[in-house]
Design a protein around this ligand. Structure first.
Ligand code: FES
Length: 104
């Protein structure tokens, strides 16, 4: 399934991810700028913060408590903020669009 990343400057980059791969892993594998992922996906760093476009947000599983509390450490958190190591790709999410924040 395809993921589109849009950076803070508005540049968009498409990536093809294997199902079951997290959006964070797909970003790192494809050297997408704007995702640091310092903790490697353990939901312990908040440097994989992204904004999920509203139409996709509804298709995601809700944040669990761990993601929710870790998001407090991210900057400029919005209602559509997520930690993308916690979003696993599936065919249902083919075409998902996420924006990366100015800084992590
Ligand atoms: Fe650290 Fe997602 S990679 S919280």
């Amino acid at each position: 399934p395809k993921i589109t990343f849009i950076d803070a400057a508005g540049t968009s980059r498409d990536v093809d991810a294997k199902p079951g791969t997290s959006i964070m892993e797909a970003a790192v594998q494809n050297m997408i700028p704007g995702i640091d992922a310092d903790c490697g996906g353990a939901c312990a760093c908040a440097t994989c913060h992204v904004y999920v476009k509203d139409e996709w947000l509804a298709k995601l599983k809700d944040k669990d408590d761990m993601e929710d509390s870790m998001l407090d450490f991210a900057d400029d958190v919005e209602p559509n903020s997520r930690l993308c190591c916690q979003i696993l790709m599936s065919d249902e999410l083919d075409g998902i669009v996420v924006s990366t924040p100015e800084s992590q």
